[in-house]
Design a protein around this ligand. Structure first.
Ligand code: KG4
Ligand code: ZN
Length: 363
């Protein structure tokens, strides 16, 4: 079965052709980074307009790269939630038009749930389930119980920034260009970078919480670079203000990058450990870890996930680098799996800004 996938939830216009819900024949992506970098973040109106301009050329490329004609497509899948509404609408409209024109079924999928399947692409078999799912990206940071490839229940999510957003903001504070996540990662890997140079906070939240928080870490980086703000009109008897931070030399930037990376990854690993234990106490023994999202491209996170999986004898599925960031192959894969399980949508399918993955409450 050949599934054509469409992805336009944020700032990547993507189309892919996937065979049998797992083998990627093509994965065409037009990135919009150059359109947004001057603003330091994605501008929704610019993103929506750029999707309109790019969706047809990207569709043609996906079919050409796969070496298939449109008439060979058996189904159309689209990421219809969550995301920027003006962006989602472009992909949803294109997918509906394609499904109608080709006379094939249409299926809408949740973008975040699709990230969980990115590590199953190009591999013949699924990992043993239930799996513990992790999505770490610029817009999302959450853990899931994944009982099957087409089901997910949310265990915890971020209460403020997503980890990728924290990476991008910390990188901007360190003077690195947008999007800073990969650049910060590269600096943190420098052999002379000291991950213990700054003692950045690792948010734990309340006992047993499976949620994340990254805003404190981001603020700590800000203070390490610009100094801790002092209140005007301090009384002379107040303790002396903290010393001014050292100058932001190249060495200091890479030390702060490495320290940030250590704290950010530690926060993720801490919550994964908690989730595995909490689920086991409730009689659910995860067999594998499924991780996805842009930040799974991170060098340190990949190593720490591999170490955790090794210690706990879990199978780890990390996406190949090309499937970490937003792509349509993961959308086509989840869509095909849903269709094979009997789920299809009407041409009245709507775009939604939010996810509707149910919440799993660990008692
Ligand atoms: O999954 P994605 O393409 O978009 C969302 O759905 O949000 O993720 C993009 C995010 C950006 O914040 C980017 O800085 C981050 O992933 N990212 C990284 C790395 N590569 C991409 N963060 C840390 N280390 C990396 N190597
Ligand atoms: Zn994403």
């Amino acid at each position: 079965m050949l599934t054509l996938g469409f992805e336009t939830s944020c700032d990547e216009t993507a189309c892919a052709v996937v065979r049998d819900g797992r083998h990627v024949l093509s994965n065409a992506i037009a990135t919009q980074t150059e359109l947004h970098e001057g603003y330091g973040g994605v501008v929704p109106e610019i993103a929506g307009r750029a999707h309109v301009e790019r969706i047809i050329p990207v569709l043609r490329k996906a079919l050409a790269d796969a070496g298939v004609s449109a008439s060979e497509i058996d189904a159309v899948a689209v990421g219809h939630r969550p995301g920027l509404i003006g962006s989602l609408l472009v992909g949803v409209s294109a997918a509906k038009a394609a499904a109608l024109a080709l006379g094939v079924p249409l299926v809408g999928v949740d973008h975040v749930q699709a990230h969980l399947l990115a590590g199953t692409l190009d591999i013949d078999h699924d990992p043993p389930m239930p799996a513990l799912g992790l999505v770490v990206s610029g817009g999302h940071t959450a853990m899931y119980l994944v009982p099957s490839p087409i089901a997910a229940q949310r265990l915890g999510t971020t209460r403020d920034d997503a980890i990728g957003e924290a990476y991008d903001k910390a990188a901007a504070i360190l003077g690195l260009p947008y999007p800073g996540g990969p650049r910060l990662d590269a600096l943190a890997q420098h052999p002379l970078a000291d991950p213990w140079a700054a003692q950045f906070p690792v948010s734990r939240l309340e006992d047993g919480s499976l949620d994340f928080s990254f805003s404190g870490l981001k603020t700590a980086v800000l203070y390490a670079v610009r100094g801790v703000p002092t209140r005007p009109g301090r009384s002379p008897s107040a303790p002396p203000p903290p010393p001014a931070p050292p100058p932001l030399t190249e060495a200091r930037v890479r030390d702060l990058a490495a320290s940030f990376q250590r704290a950010a990854c530690h926060a993720i690993m801490l919550k994964l450990g908690r989730a595995l234990e909490a689920l086991a106490e409730g009689g659910i023994h995860c067999q594998s870890i499924l991780a996805g999202g842009g930040v799974t491209a991170n060098s340190r996170l990949r190593k720490e996930l591999a170490a955790l999986a090794g210690e706990r004898s879990l199978e780890l599925r990390l996406p190949k680098m090309e499937y970490c960031l937003d792509n349509a192959a993961m959308i086509a894969a989840l869509g095909a799996r849903r269709l094979m399980a009997g789920h299809a949508d009407e041409l009245t399918l709507r775009a939604h800004p939010s996810s509707d993955i149910p919440v799993y409450t660990v008692l």
